[in-house]
Design a protein around this ligand. Structure first.
Ligand code: AMP
Ligand code: GLY
Length: 420
């Protein structure tokens, strides 16, 4: 099989690694990829759907795996259905991608199919007054969400009604998040502990991937600003049989039924961002892709052939897939540029990578310097993932490996997994 993977982060590094491990993979191209992914495939630069489509024709690509959400929300799957119908695209169509692209759309879908989620209402610049009235029916803290994609910054949680009212005005009247906040979802605050659950679906059948927990805040003890994710662990101890049974019955199955009833074409990963409220799962958000840095831990535990799964997904026969997952624990610690998620410097020389023999090193924000040197080029620079028989052992391995890596102003959380 010839495969093209789109993306350049830690998530795509994790996908590239498992794709390269498949016996079925004849050739893996990655666009744009990063220097770490050279190990698993060939990086190329393709811009826009047309160029991607032409490349797939020329190179006889069999499978297109879409890592990030933006091309899905922009309709790459529909474009391929029209122009490259022979290619299996791993990713939902444009309509289904709205489950991530519009919070209002996702909430509406959950309400229609009775999928547990926080009580909510959606407001526009014409209904600011009604929005303020709705806020008064809720208890603090107040959760406001820009409807559209806002680079992970569109959710604001505020302790007082005055701040919530001001934020609502900022989003709706002052376009705080541009077009993304032309509509705002206000919802009830759910108190609990979060986890990430993933399935691969062909639109009818699904396989449940290992769950993971992500550490979103930049500071230790979950303090400070939200980031793309500072680390992850898989499995998650509280995601036991009873909890996961509820997740499947109340959330996953009704979601897949809903996709079918709405006529959405969904062949790809669904990421359920869940809150465990006293043992009961609620959906905080849908994403139409894998998580980052969850993928780094989830795919480290993957012990079967992912390309075989993609082939079966193409045929709509995912029920025939035999997925194997190692019982070992995977932990991931993200190495970041000092200052992230606010401003930070780039172009720092990274040393020590060759000494890390006990970890999987997933590049996330790196670039190639002169003479084979690797330089930082993003906020989240490297994901360090280790497997072991216990979470503590896996974490010890991660932190031991990290002690060999260095770049100026390197920052990472030292408390990944401690809350579990
Ligand atoms: P989202 O982008 O929807 O995942 O929201 C970002 C983060 O905000 C989530 O990971 C949660 O930590 C938090 N959050 C979102 N909605 C709620 C809610 N209704 N109650 C509590 N926390 C929430
Ligand atoms: N780790 C959260 C996300 O990928 O959105």
């Amino acid at each position: 099989m010839k495969i093209l993977l789109l993306g350049s982060g830690g998530r795509e590094s994790a996908l590239a690694r498992v794709i390269s491990l498949s016996k079925k993979t004849e050739k893996l191209y990655i666009s744009p990829g990063n220097p770490g992914m050279n190990l698993w495939g060939e990086n190329i630069i393709l811009n826009g759907f047309e160029e991607i489509s032409q490349f797939c024709k020329k190179e006889h690509i069999d499978i297109l795996v879409v890592g990030p959400e933006q091309p899905l929300v922009d309709g790459i799957t529909d474009y391929f259905a029209d122009n490259n119908p022979q290619v299996i695209v791993v990713g939902p169509d444009k309509l289904a991608a709205q489950l991530e692209g519009s919070k209002d759309f996702a909430k509406d879908f959950m309400q229609k199919y009775q999928i547990p989620t926080a009580r909510y209402n959606t407001f526009s610049s014409q209904t600011v007054t009604e929005g303020k009235e709705f806020l008064r029916t809720l208890k603090p803290p107040y959760v406001l969400k820009a409807d559209g994609l806002a680079a992970g910054k569109g959710v604001v949680i505020l302790p007082t009604i005055q701040e919530a009212e001001r934020e609502l005005e900022d989003m709706l009247l002052n376009s705080k998040f541009g077009a993304a906040s032309s509509k705002v979802v206000i919802e009830e605050f759910l108190s609990g502990i979060e986890c990430s659950v993933f399935v691969l679906t062909d639109g009818k059948h699904y396989v449940l991937l290992p769950e993971a927990k992500d550490y979103k805040k930049v500071g230790e003890g979950d303090k400070g600003l939200n980031t793309g994710g500072m680390g992850s662990v898989s499995p998650v101890p509280f995601c036991d049989k009873s909890f996961m049974g509820k997740v499947e019955e109340r959330i996953i199955k009704p979601t897949i039924e809903g996709l079918q009833k709405e006529g959405m074409k969904y062949k790809g990963f669904i990421f359920f961002g869940l809150m465990n409220v006293d043992g009961n799962p609620f959906v905080i958000e849908y994403n139409v892709r894998m998580g980052d840095p969850e993928s780094e831990s989830v795919f480290a535990r993957f012990d079967s052939d992912i390309v075989e799964a993609f082939e079966l997904l193409g045929k709509g026969e995912l029920d025939r897939y035999d997925m194997k997952i190692t019982s070992q624990v995977a932990t991931t610690v993200m190495l970041c540029s000092g200052g992230y998620p606010e401003s930070y410097e780039k172009g720092k020389l990274i040393s020590g990578l060759a000494d890390c023999k006990d970890a999987i090193l997933y590049h996330a924000g790196t670039k190639q310097g002169e003479e084979g040197k690797i330089l930082t080029s993003g906020g989240r620079v490297l994901a360090v993932t280790c497997l072991a028989d216990s979470m503590q052992e896996a974490l010890n391995k991660c932190y031991n490996e990290i002690s060999k890596i260095h770049f100026d102003k390197m920052y990472f959380r030292k408390d990944i997994g401690k809350d579990l």
